[in-house]
Design a protein around this ligand. Structure first.
Ligand code: CP
Ligand code: NVA
Length: 306
């Protein structure tokens, strides 16, 4: 089953195909959108909040001719304890694919094992692969190449882990500035290095930002970590992406943020709402275009574009 659960282990060729198909869907919108999903149904199972991923997939499915049905924990029997395996078996009888946002990665694996249709990872505590397809597309659009210097400032979280997977695929140069206790999974860092990526994990955001072409950040407390918000705010003080940090970066440097953002915490309003942050809104839009390519890859085994 060609699930789309992770970027880990993807070849550079297939990830490039995915980016090319995403760009082609973007260029073609809306007139040439191929309705290859006509007559097909996609379940969007959201166990956490979502704006971009949920609406991006709903619009993508719709524009490809298919139909999307959203279910949430509270609005379904998941909220009353129905096992993910039983949910998966039933959704697989109704639908042609399942897009799943959940907590532990093991729930995603259980969905993928039991659904009998392709499953797409719409974010877990561990990874957010769909996000990084859009991020890479945005870098390519703004800087013309992926072969640039990347800085990640803040939490070594799910988005950072998927960035490390992408760095491994394309042998990228990525420096992460994270406080002690919030580093990304060391095995993921080691795997990226072994694959040929140049990865540094440092404490000082200035070191990471120096000469960077892309400065990325994310919330300090991810969904499910609300109880840790106070401790995290203390740990991440000094990890604000602001104009001062951009003085260290290359002249063409852009900011990326997967959103939602907290202005004045991980990113300043002047960066997010200024010229450096302009890419963030393209990044958000690119979620929808790249969702079409991801659906095509998962449902047909190849992403060709329209
Ligand atoms: N970036 C992202 O995944 O946004 P949502 O949580 O709104 O889907
Ligand atoms: N790291 C964030 C990403 C949100 C899109 C979270 O998991 O909440």
């Amino acid at each position: 089953m060609p699930h789309f659960l992770t970027l880990a282990g993807l070849s550079a060729t297939s990830l490039t195909e995915l980016l090319d198909a995403s760009a082609a869907y973007k260029r073609a919108r809306p007139h040439a959108a191929a309705p290859w999903l006509a007559g097909k149904h996609v379940a969007l199972v959201m166990e956490k909040a979502s704006t971009r991923t949920r609406v991006g997939f709903e619009v993508a499915v719709r524009e490809l001719g298919g139909h999307a049905t959203v279910i949430t924990t509270e609005g379904s029997q998941l909220g009353r304890g129905e096992p993910v395996e039983d949910t998966a078996r039933v959704l697989g009888r109704f639908c042609h694919a399942v897009v799943y946002r959940t907590f532990g990665d093991e729930r995603l694996q259980r969905m993928a094992t039991s659904a009998a249709v392709p499953v797409i990872n719409a974010l877990t505590d561990r990874e957010h692969p769909c996000q990084i397809v859009a991020d890479l597309l945005t870098v390519r659009e703004h800087l013309g190449t992926l072969d640039v210097r990347y800085a990640w400032i803040g939490d070594g979280n799910n988005v950072a882990v998927s960035w490390l997977h992408a760095a491994a695929v394309f042998k990228l140069t990525l420096t992460l500035a994270c406080p002690a206790g919030y580093h990304p999974d060391p095995d993921v860092v080691a795997d990226a290095r072994a694959a040929g990526a140049t990865i540094e994990v440092v404490a000082d955001p200035v070191l990471a930002a120096r000469g960077a072409d892309v400065i990325m950040t994310d919330v300090w407390a991810s969904m499910g970590q609300e109880d840790e918000a106070r401790a995290r705010a203390e740990a991440f003080a000094g990890y604000l992406v602001d104009d001062g940090l951009f003085l260290e970066a290359s002249g063409r440097a852009i900011a990326l943020h997967c959103l939602p953002a907290h202005r004045g915490e991980e990113i300043s309003a002047s960066v997010l709402d200024g010229p450096r942050g302009a890419a963030v809104w393209d990044q958000a839009e690119n979620r929808m275009h790249s969702h079409k390519a991801i659906l095509e890859l998962a449902l047909t085994g190849r992403a060709h574009g329209p």
